[in-house]
Design a protein around this ligand. Structure first.
Ligand code: KG4
Ligand code: ZN
Length: 353
């Protein structure tokens, strides 16, 4: 079975074509275009601008995905598309394109929840790996720019919500803290890169919800703490150089703060995963979403799970499949397989898991 997946929920315009033989899902082509240069210029995403860029990019990206694997349209079994949650203008570009293609090419249309899609990146075959797919029950952590959710999957499409963020998402916290350090958007990879040169112990930051017995998260307090620290440090610098026109951190202060921010966010995520593992017996753990691309999160989680001495595999998609892409949407569609009449599908920006 071959499925084409379209993803335009935020600022990326992505299309991938995947093939499923028995349990093996492989990527035939995967194209992602992002308006990264515009985000860097404006320090984030401007929704109308993102949608305008996506209108220009969507057909060339789909065309490139088809050409890359030399696919004939008649060999395509279905079209899948993200229909929510996300930015309404961006979602509309993908949804309306997919509806049109489904009608013109006479293909079934499968709508996919973006959040579910992130998890299904874990079912995609990585050519060099042992290729184990997640086993149920599977404790699953979604850490993206807009979501931080912990759920227990008992089967495809069956899950229990265990907890989530009460305010900002983990990725959002990375992005907001990066802004305070005057680093470009998206902030997660920038903080992570800078953190390698820093000392995580120099500045003490509060670990969000440390010691709480529930499985919720919170990151707005951490951002406020970083903001206070930056003000304090730049104020100190100002006193030393009273005529300095710009309040600036030194490179070392920035690196040390980046290391402390990364360490603090990771510790709060790992603590809750371990707490959940002590509460719910599971076979596997999977993480997904942009923050799952963080190497330190992967290594800390691996170590802490190993220390529990339980036979649990940790599944993490390859870094390019953690951030938004069309492959995860096509992968999810193999399992969801709920076709919809293209004329009734509507984008839903507030869709939840
Ligand atoms: O899943 P995603 O691509 O988009 C959403 O659905 O939100 O996640 C984007 C988020 C951004 O907040 C970005 O800063 C974060 O993922 N991110 C990272 C890393 N790569 C991306 N955060 C920490 N470390 C990374 N290596
Ligand atoms: Zn996403």
């Amino acid at each position: 079975m071959i499925i084409l997946g379209i993803e335009t929920s935020c600022d990326e315009t992505a299309c991938a074509i995947l093939k499923k033989d028995n349990d093996r899902i492989q990527i035939l082509s995967n194209v992602v275009a992002s308006s990264a240069s515009l985000q860097a210029k404006y320090g984030g995403i401007i929704p109308e601008q993102a949608a305008r860029e996506q209108i220009k990019a969507t057909i060339p990206v789909i065309q490139e995905a088809i050409e890359n694997c030399k696919l004939k349209i008649e060999n395509l079994d279905a079209i899948s598309v993200t229909y929510g949650p996300g930015l309404i203008g961006s979602l509309l570009v993908g949804v309306e394109t997919a509806k049109t293609l489904a009608i013109v090419w006479k293909k079934p249309l499968i709508p996919v929840n973006h959040l579910t899609g992130h998890f299904y990146a874990n079912w995609i075959l990585v050519p060099s790996s042992t290729n184990l797919v997640p086993q149920f029950p599977c404790l699953s952590l979604l850490v993206s720019g807009g979501h931080t959710d912990l759920v227990l999957f008992t089967d495809h499409g069956q899950y229990k919500y265990l907890g989530g963020t009460r305010d900002d998402a983990a990725g959002e916290c990375f992005d907001k803290c990066a802004r305070l350090l005057r680093l470009p958007y998206p902030g997660g990879p920038e903080i992570s890169k800078l953190a390698r040169k820093g000392d995580a112990l120099r500045f003490k930051l509060p670990i969000p919800m440390k010691g709480s017995k529930d499985l919720d998260f919170s990151y707005s307090g951490l951002k406020t703490a970083v903001s206070g620290l930056v003000n304090q440090l730049t104020g100190e610098l100002d006193k030393q150089k009273p005529n300095s026109p710009i309040h600036q951190l030194t490179n070392q202060q920035k690196a040390d703060l980046a290391a402390a921010i990364e360490q603090t966010i990771i510790q709060s995520l790992v603590d809750k995963v371990i707490l959940a593992l002590k509460t719910y017996p599971v076979k596997d753990v999977m993480i997904a979403g942009g923050v799952a691309a963080n190497q330190k999160l992967a290594s800390e989680l691996k170590l802490k799970i190993k220390n529990l001495k339980l036979k649990i595999n940790l599944h993490i998609p390859s870094a390019n499949l953690c951030t938004d892409n069309g492959a995860m949407i096509a992968s999810a569609a193999f399992f969801i397989n709920k076709k919809i009449d293209p004329l009734v599908l509507q984008a839903d920006p507030n869709l939840s898991l």
